[in-house]
Ligand binder design. Structure first.
Ligand SMILES: [Fe+2]
Length: 355
């Protein structure tokens, strides 16, 4: 940018001396600027607020509102605070200059005028003002562009999360198609497990992990013969041993998927019990993943509340009696405590139908 560009622009000159006003106006108009004179601080404020100029030349000593006060008014108003103010005064004392800068002036010229000096300063400040405005606009538009990008990133992130959940849910359904007696089981376990985790104060991201893990916690059953899954009546010991393989099979199925949560472990450990009596590894207490301890309780409660091929639904009371009874022995005591609160105090109900 060169000064050539700043031979135009609008300037308000404020001076109580009409001769000074006229002389200065002539010089600046000849230099290409659009000039509006004002004979007092009060008039200047009105004129400036009505139509803000690019620059203000402001006399200090004036009857009524002096230059400092006029400047303070301008700086207090968001509409005019960024307009550069150059003070003019016949006084040359250092105190005046200090007060002029303190009032918000950007520069100071003294009377009698050296017109070349006045023009040079006016052009310099006009240029600075334009550059600053240009920068402000640029920052504002870049900031907006950045905000837009962030918003669309967040939206697509959310969309991917939703798709991920839908895919997981669809995979979970493939197990349930083969095992119609447990249709909806994983979804309901997911619902309860997530509610327990939320009540326990787990972070939103962890809740999502638990939900996904629970939605496929029985995925390993796809490898089991449908005759075993669908058969009413008690299972033989051998058949039960087969059923027990579903935790590890399920964990193997998803272990290559790089979930941001330990989904494979949740699946592997959902039948582990606090006292080590669970399967497949017989893990105890804190060796079991917190998410798996939550899914385990949700799994037991949902299974008892629902109908099974070998028995009718046992009902909520019996399900809660089971976890209360196994609290600290089979099931994580804190998870049980929270699960009981959900049913007994918060009125938790499965939103999808229990068969
Ligand atoms: Fe299971």
């Amino acid at each position: 940018m060169t000064n050539e560009q700043y031979r135009s622009g609008s300037i308000v000159i404020v001076d109580d001396n009409p001769d000074n006003l006229r002389v200065l106006s002539n010089v600046l108009e000849q230099a290409g600027f659009v000039v509006r004179p004002a004979i007092s601080g009060e008039m200047a404020l009105q004129s400036i607020q009505l139509n803000p100029p690019d620059l203000i030349l402001l006399d200090i000593r004036m009857p009524g509102m002096d230059g400092y006060e006029t400047c303070r008014h301008l700086k207090a108003d968001p509409l005019t605070r960024d307009i550069p103010v150059i003070f003019i005064s016949s006084l040359q004392e250092t105190g005046d200059k200090v007060a002029a800068f303190a009032a918000g002036g950007v520069d100071y010229v003294t009377k009698p005028f050296q017109f070349e000096e006045v023009l040079a300063r006016v052009r310099a400040h006009m240029e600075l003002h334009h550059i600053k405005r240009h920068l402000d606009d640029m920052v504002a538009s870049r900031t907006q562009a950045l905000r837009d990008t962030m918003a669309s990133l967040a939206a697509s992130h959310q969309q991917y999360r939703a798709i991920l959940e839908q895919v997981i849910d669809a995979i979970g359904l493939t197990v349930e198609y083969r095992d119609p007696y447990t249709a909806g089981h994983q979804r309901r376990v997911a619902e309860l497990a997530q509610a327990i985790a939320r009540e326990m104060g787990m972070q939103e991201n962890a809740l999502e992990g638990i939900r996904l893990g629970a939605l496929v916690h029985d995925i390993g059953k796809v490898r089991l013969p449908t005759e075993i899954l669908n058969r009413p009546g008690r299972l033989s010991e051998l058949e039960f041993e087969m059923i027990k393989t579903h935790s590890e099979i399920g964990s193997d199925i998803v272990k290559e998927v790089s979930f941001p949560w330990p989904v494979a472990q949740m699946i592997a450990q959902h039948h582990e019990r606090i006292d080590g009596s669970g399967y497949p590894q017989g893990l105890k207490g804190d060796d079991i993943l917190p998410e798996a301890r939550i899914i385990a309780v949700a799994d037991v409660v949902e299974a008892m509340v629902s109908h099974r091929p070998y028995r009718a639904a046992l009902g909520v009371d019996q399900a809660l009696a089971e976890i209360r009874n196994g609290r600290g022995r089979l099931y994580d005591p804190e998870v049980v405590r929270v699960c009981l609160i959900l049913f007994e105090q918060r009125g938790f109900q499965f939103s999808s139908q229990v068969f």
